[in-house]
Design a protein around this ligand. Structure first.
Ligand SMILES: Nc1ncnc2c1ncn2[C@@H]1O[C@H](COP(=O)(O)OP(=O)(O)OP(=O)(O)O)[C@@H](O)[C@H]1O
Ligand SMILES: [Mg+2]
Length: 722
């Protein structure tokens, strides 16, 4: 049987890695050097040449999508279907499979259910109520963060030392214990529990462990640098006593430290797994020489590295485009314009990845893509207007506009919690049904009727007066001030601010981003109700499923979700200090290094074209920021970069045409975005933005000495500079 084709498309080092017969094999290599490809070919080699049954192989990937792709590639190489025998999946997926097979031994009912993050939070809320913990002082999300953090490290409540005297720890432990109890009673398990329970299953049941130790003849792990403590222990308990194991990874791409991943596992590997051979791959097959040079130059600035070099025999390629936008709108327009250019060449939409550091950045980008009629999908995340916190905020705004909006009432009647329980809500629903009323009218009638317990009645009254107050207080405000007022006074911001963890912070950021959306909203009908038009637009954006599900779509995602993927063309938006690197990471050297690894991951996703963009002024999270160019871009050798500026009108003739009417009118007065101007008092500056028209036209100028100011164009007497 000729099996040489399995090695055909591999270089020497890759072949070595595919055919190595050492018990432990660690492939340590940079981005795009073929680590994932090696895993696929190694599995095919094991089956075809060494005669292992697919049943004896377990392969761990980072996402379910990667697992499906891996299975497909192996089947291609083998020329046949694998069927169910081989275990390929994520750590979570495999743990789930294991627990289903041994539910009773894992002390779970056969039909145990998985709790997702939202379910988990709802359950914790109930526990807090039961323990009489006030949500404002003890936000359920804080408990969630506490519990998941400990579980990721393998600690149950019983493992945590509490010498007493610390109210925080004592309370958290009380919640953790009660949570464990209820989960156990109900037969539900959360994500971290899947892993921990699978580890304990093996640890506490030697016979079961032995069964798997006999079954599996080889374990393979991709993206090894991002395994956490429990995942590592799980591999160790299975394969630590001589089962052959292959891990591939790149210390320079470890980007989940904030979620418990431990780069140290790479160094630990050769100690814990016998006779490990370390194989390095140094040739990159993904990117042009220019892109690779940029990536290498950036990652060199990290001190904590195992040290690797990457080279390519590929072509030089085009320089990286760096675009200095005036603001985030301008940046988004640049990106959608360039995407349209690429589509005129031989690129498909799916060949294009748009990456960003923070979820909240996607809104402006989504709007530009929608405007340009470009189908897109958000990979591993939700579209802006589909996000829970945004839907909640919009529900308040909808109630201000129309009290009879039942869905909006359902959404926010008890969010943030205000003591209106399910039973009260059910009473309202029934009343509404029986009397053919909207929920709002029903609840007014119920309050008047006085049929409820005093406490419930008061809670309802509180809700009604909140909505009436929001409506009255904001009646004469501008749209963005209205949104700002509503997210503050509804308690939504405070509600999420009190919670801990990345996700909570992202929710606050997203809410603030809604203010930015309102600021830049341009109603079609200038005389119509602006709030209504804004809400309609948001509903349309959210409902634009057609665009979302189009098969050939532009791929939007955070830099974190882009790991392991590749695209012929990549845009990285928002390469600015305080955004990327994130402001929370700038002060801490080890977190800064993690940000730099994220930059390395981002750059190395690109095959042929890379576009970086930053905005001199950015409204994000509802605030105007003036950030300088990211240090990561400054670390790229200048010969790799081609900088484009908007006031280079030769290369940017179309961008002005797509600006709003008022901006065009301002342009007619001789001022364009990016124009340098002189003011008699404030001195020299650059025009950042326009607003309004005729006598009320205003212009925003970033003055060199005085910072940014809005001026009425008519009176500003700006002198145009060259
Ligand atoms: N020997 C080779 N000849 C031709 N193409 C190759 C070779 N090795 C890898 N490639 C291609 O290079 C690209 C990168 O490979 P792969 O995704 O396996 O790299 P990786 O090391 O896993 O990258 P990452 O670190 O980003 O996960 C893929 O498109 C792959 O098909
Ligand atoms: Mg890979």
């Amino acid at each position: 049987m000729d099996v040489s084709y399995i090695l055909d498309d591999l270089n020497d080092a890759q072949r070595d890695a595919v055919t190595a017969d050492s018990p432990g094999t660690l492939v340590l290599a940079g981005a795009g050097s073929g680590k994932t490809r090696v895993l696929v070919h190694r599995i095919a080699w094991k089956i075809k040449v060494e005669g292992l049954s697919p049943y004896a192989i377990m392969a761990v990937t980072f996402t379910n999508k990667a697992a499906r792709e891996m299975r497909g590639r192996i089947e291609e190489l083998l020329g046949g279907q694998l069927h169910g025998g081989m275990w390929v999946g994520t750590f979570h997926g495999l743990a789930h499979r294991l627990l289903k097979a041994h539910a009773a031994d894992a002390k779970l009912p056969d039909n145990f259910q998985i709790l997702d993050a939202d379910d988990q939070q709802r359950l914790l809320k109930r526990i807090h109520r039961e323990l009489n913990l006030d949500d404002s002082r003890w936000p359920p999300r804080q408990s969630q963060y506490f519990i998941n953090g400990h579980k990721d490290e393998g600690r149950r409540s019983a493992h945590i030392d509490n010498p007493g005297g610390d109210l925080y720890l004592t309370t958290m432990l009380q919640v953790y214990q009660r949570y464990e109890q209820i989960c156990q009673q109900q037969g539900v398990i959360d994500f971290a529990e899947l892993l921990l329970r699978a580890l304990e299953l093996w640890r506490d049941n030697p016979a079961i462990l032995e069964h798997y130790q006999q079954r599996f003849k080889h374990v393979l792990v991709d993206e090894f640098q991002d395994t956490n403590a429990v995942q590592y222990a799980w591999l160790q308990i299975l394969a630590g006593k001589g089962m052959p194991i292959t891990a591939v990874g790149d210390d320079d791409q470890s980007i989940y430290g904030w979620r418990g991943a431990r780069i140290e596992n790479i160094q630990q590997f050769s100690k814990d797994f016998a006779d490990t051979r370390i194989i390095r791959l140094e040739q990159n097959y993904r990117s042009t020489a220019t892109i690779l040079k940029a990536a290498n130059a950036v990652i060199k600035h990290n001190s904590q590295r195992l040290g690797k070099e990457l080279w390519t025999s590929g072509e030089e390629g085009e320089p990286i485009t760096l675009f200095a936008a005036f603001n985030e709108q301008d940046e988004a327009r640049f990106i959608s314009d360039r995407i349209e250019d690429l589509l005129k060449e031989d690129y498909r939409r799916a060949d294009i990845g748009v990456l960003y550091r923070s979820n909240a950045q996607s809104r402006t980008l989504e709007e530009a893509l929608i405007r340009a009629g470009l189908p897109y999908r958000i990979y591993g995340g939700q579209r802006f207007y589909d996000r829970l916190e945004i839907k909640n905020a919009l529900a308040y705004l909808r109630l201000i506009a129309l009290r009879d909006d039942d869905t909006a009432v359902e959404r926010v009647i008890n969010t943030p919690t205000r003591g209106i329980g399910n039973r009260t809500v059910e009473t309202i629903r029934e009343y509404a049904r029986d009397h053919q009323l909207s929920l709002w009218r029903a609840l007014l009638a119920i309050i008047e009727g006085g049929g409820l317990a005093a406490r419930a009645n008061n809670a309802l009254r509180g809700f009604v007066s909140l909505i009436e107050d929001l409506a009255q207080q904001t009646a004469d405000m501008s749209l963005d001030a209205r949104v700002d007022y509503v997210i503050q006074h509804s308690g939504l911001i405070a509600f999420h601010e009190k919670e801990k963890g990345e996700k909570a912070q992202a929710r606050v950021e997203n809410l603030q981003e809604l203010i930015t959306a309102a600021k830049s909203f341009e109603p079609e009908d200038e005389d119509g109700d602006e709030l209504r038009q804004f809400l309609d637009q948001a509903a349309l954006d959210a409902g634009d499923q057609q665009a979302a599900e189009h098969e050939d779509s532009v791929q939007l995602m955070t830099l974190h979700s882009a790991k392991g993927l590749e695209f012929p063309a990549v845009f990285i938006a928002g390469v600015e200090e305080n955004l990327f690197p994130h402001k929370m990471s700038i002060e801490d050297p080890s977190r800064l290094e993690e940000e730099r690894r994220l930059a390395y991951v981002g750059i190395t996703r690109a095959e042929r074209k890379l576009f970086l963009s930053y905005a001199e002024s950015r409204r994000l999270y509802g605030q105007e920021n003036f950030n300088s160019l990211s240090r990561f871009v400054r670390e790229i050798p200048s010969e790799c970069i081609d900088e484009v500026r908007i006031n280079n009108t030769v290369s940017r003739p179309t961008s002005f045409a797509s600006h709003s009417a008022s901006q065009q009118r301002a342009a007619e007065s001789g001022i364009v975005l990016g124009q340098r101007v002189l003011h008699s008092i404030f001195g020299a500056g650059v025009v950042l933005s326009f607003e309004g028209q005729g006598a009320s036209a205003r212009v925003q100028v970033n003055f060199e000495d005085e910072g940014s100011k809005w001026l009425v164009l008519q009176y500003a007497n700006l002198e145009l500079l060259q």
